[in-house]
Design a protein around this ligand. Structure first.
Ligand SMILES: *Cc1c(COP(=O)(O)O)cnc(C)c1O
Length: 471
């Protein structure tokens, strides 16, 4: 399997190359040159498989330049009950009204990003080791992505992680999660500024070609192909868990921000998984909802992005959306170029002429959930099912209930656990409700913390990297 760029100006890449690459050199995103097709017979056989077995079958179709026995070993050590808190890895449960919830958030940082990041950490270590390379990952986080990356890369050979976070802006739990890691390859940097300042510093370092090359800088952001690939697996798993036979169809409802999660659903559907509809759930930041309703894509600037109580969906320019549009325009790179030139100029584009195709052929629909919906849905699920769901999952459940048609089976993806968002949960169900926290995270706030506070400028961060890396 080779990987091509949505912009069409990059030589096809191997899986290992795609794995270590962020944006393609032409500014596009890497996509498999074609989707493997899963036959009825294969689908029938896959129903019996455990999560790691299924992951191996699916990932083998994409990671074709990794030795098969090695890939099996990497997957087996990634998807364990110990790491994911559950023998099934992604257990599916049913609410009283029939909506299913697929639990993707029982990993180390209690959010679905662990599902892909844990595999990515092991794949990175393997590929770098094979090629005798080292990599210094640099990133900015407001909490969630950074901790998922740190827990995936801690203790790995050939990799250091420099994670910038805004000083004093994260919750006590988030700080504890990141800063209590004692691994020597994890460097937490608290910048005296906001999240956007952290991001600007990362960009400045990335744009310094000399520094970037000398210090082998890289990132693990949401556009990494390896993350999308790993996410395809749990759509298959969720489908099998929610159905009795492959005659049935299932719809998935996905709380969305950067469009990485639901894109994996699109790929599973293209591979032949009997998915009926893909429901994109947004919060108040509803650029995607607008697109799937009208065909108009009008991304907004950071200043017009609301801060909400489902913060991981506070995104107005979904970085993975280009990959779906690439399929939508029948992989015409010149059209993608034109459309994203418009986006770059602060405008959007109009695909209303293919709205039918978006709905009928690709099965996409959408809905929106706002703060009041979120609180109500959390309270309803607590009252009816005695379960606490997190605010992002609540956005998904709200939209799933709204869009579901008679007889339609819907699996809603659980993208985080309630324990991460105590304030909103208490606002929904009352202060005296005890929010369960996994045993390994009890008392985490009391552990010693390691963090370097630095002034808000790129030069200070560069200096710190040089000192630590001693080159
Ligand atoms: C990242 C994240 C999302 C959004 O996922 P995308 O792949 O960016 O669409 C939703 N919920 C939670 C809790 C997340 O951490």
């Amino acid at each position: 399997m080779k990987y091509i760029s949505t912009r069409g100006q990059t030589e096809p890449k191997t899986f290992s190359e795609a794995l270590l690459m962020g944006l393609a050199p032409d500014g596009g995103l890497l996509m498999p040159e074609s989707y493997p097709h899963v036959s009825e017979v294969t689908l029938y056989e896959w129903r019996q498989l455990s999560y790691p077995q299924l992951a191996f079958q699916i990932i083998s179709l994409f990671a074709t330049d990794i030795d098969s026995a090695d890939l099996q070993a990497i997957i087996n050590k990634t998807y364990t009950a110990e790491v994911f808190g559950h023998a099934e890895i992604a257990p599916v449960r049913r609410l009283h009204d029939g909506i299913c919830i697929e639990g993707l958030s029982n990993g180390p940082t209690l959010a679905f990003k662990d599902m892909a990041m844990q595999l990515l950490g092991n794949l990175f270590e393997y590929v770098l080791g094979r090629e005798g390379k080292t990599l210094n990952i640099i990133g900015a986080t407001s909490g969630d992505t950074g901790s998922a990356a740190e827990y995936a890369l801690r203790g790995k050979d050939g990799i250091n992680v420099f994670m910038l976070s805004p000083y004093g802006k994260m919750s006590a739990f988030q700080r504890a999660q990141m800063y209590s890691l004692e691994d020597r390859n994890i460097y937490n940097i608290a910048v005296e500024g906001m999240f956007d300042d952290c991001q600007d510093i990362v960009k400045a370092l990335q744009n310094d070609e000399l520094f970037k090359a000398q210090y082998h800088l890289s990132t693990v952001n949401s556009i990494n192909w390896g993350r999308i690939m790993a996410q395809v697996v749990y759509y298959f798993k969720g489908y099998f868990a929610a159905t009795q036979s492959n005659e049935e169809k299932v719809s998935f409802c996905v709380p969305s921000g950067n469009f990485g999660n639901v894109l994996a659903g699109h790929i599973a559907r293209m591979m032949g998984l009997p998915i009926h509809r893909l429901m994109v759930a947004t919060n108040e930041n509803d650029v995607l909802d607008e697109f799937f309703k009208t065909g108009l894509y009008q991304p907004r600037a950071a200043a017009q992005t609301y801060v909400t109580t489902s913060p991981s969906m506070d995104i107005s320019k979904a970085s993975n959306f280009e990959r779906f549009v690439f399929d939508l325009v029948d992989r015409d790179s010149s059209e993608i170029e034109l459309m994203w030139a418009q986006v770059g100029a602060g405008k959007g584009f109009d695909l209303s002429r293919v709205l039918d195709k978006i709905h009928e052929q690709y099965g996409f629909v959408s809905g929106k959930s706002v703060h009041a919906d979120r609180l109500r849905t959390i309270a309803e699920v607590y009252a009816d099912d005695r379960q606490l769901i997190d605010p992002h999952t609540a956005d998904g459940v709200k939209v799933a209930r709204e869009l579901r048609e008679t007889g339609e089976k819907v699996v809603c993806l659980e993208t985080a656990l309630a324990a991460k968002f105590a304030d909103t949960i208490h606002a929904a169900v009352g202060e005296d409700v005890v929010i369960p926290r996994p045993a390994k995270l009890v008392g985490i706030e009391d552990l010693p913390q390691r963090v370097q506070v630095l002034p808000n400028n790129a030069a200070a961060v560069k200096m710190y990297l040089k000192e630590q890396l001693g080159e």
